[in-house]
Write a protein that binds this ligand. Structure first.
Ligand code: MN
Length: 197
C-alpha cells in the first residue's frame, strides 16, 4: 500500500481571485505531489510502508536517521490539512462553536487574527502557522519547514502554509497580504469546527 495524493477539495480555480489556479497547479500538482512521491520511494520495503501518514510521522519524529521520511510525510499531511483549511467564500467572522472558543481563549476575534498573522509573519524562512488545541485551550503556534503539531501530540484546527511557494506567484514577497487574504476570504470555519471536541 502506498501513500496517495488526495484531490483538492475544490476546483483549481475555486479560490480565484485570492489564490490563482496557477498557484494551486504548482502547489498541489508539483510540490504536494513530490512529497508523496518521495515518501513512497523512501518507505518502500520498510516497516513504515502500509502505515498511515500520522503513524509514519510519529514513528520518525526526532530521529536523525529518518529526517527525510519525516519531512516528506509531514509535508504530505500538512498540505492535505491546509487544502481543507480553505474554502471558496470562506474567512471573516467565525461561525459555530469555534466563535465562542475564540472569544474565550483569545479575548476576542481581533486578538486571534493579530496572533495568527504575527505567527505567519514571524516564521523565519519556510514553515506553517497553526491554530491548535493545547491542554483544552486554543493556541496559535508556528512550525519550521515540515514540522507539524501532530508530531508533538497537539490537535490542529487550522493551518496556513507560509512557504514562499504558497504565495509567491500571486503576492511575490507580500506574505502579510497573503495572510490577510487567507483570514478575510479563505478560512473554512466548518472544517475548524469539525475538529473541536
Ligand atoms: Mn506548501
Amino acid at each position: 500500500m502506498t501513500v496517495t495524493l488526495p484531490d483538492l477539495p475544490y476546483a483549481k480555480d475555486a479560490l480565484v481571485p485570492h489564490i490563482s489556479a496557477r498557484t494551486l497547479d504548482f502547489h498541489h500538482g508539483k510540490h504536494h505531489h513530490a512529497y508523496v512521491t518521495n515518501l513512497n520511494k523512501l518507505i518502500e520495503g520498510t516497516a513504515l510502508a502500509g502505515m498511515t501518514l500520522k503513524e509514519i510521522i510519529k514513528k520518525t519524529v526526532n530521529n536523525p536517521d529518518t529526517v527525510g521520511i519525516f519531512n516528506n510525510a509531514a509535508q504530505a499531511w500538512n498540505h492535505t490539512f491546509y487544502w481543507q483549511s480553505m474554502t471558496p467564500n470562506g474567512g471573516g467572522l467565525p461561525t459555530g462553536a469555534i466563535a465562542e472558543r475564540i472569544k474565550a481563549d483569545f479575548k476576542g476575534f481581533d486578538k486571534f487574527i493579530e496572533q495568527l498573522k504575527n505567527a505567519g509573519l514571524t516564521q523565519f524562512g519556510s514553515g506553517w502557522a497553526w491554530l491548535v488545541v493545547k491542554d483544552d485551550r486554543l493556541e496559535i503556534m508556528k512550525t519550521s519547514n515540515a514540522d507539524t503539531p501532530i508530531a508533538h501530540g497537539l490537535q490542529p484546527l487550522l493551518t496556513v502554509d507560509v512557504w514562499e511557494h504558497a504565495y509567491y506567484l500571486d503576492y511575490q514577497n507580500g506574505r502579510g497580504t497573503y495572510l490577510d487574504v487567507f483570514m478575510n476570504h479563505l478560512i473554512n470555519w466548518d472544517f475548524v469546527n469539525s475538529h473541536l471536541v
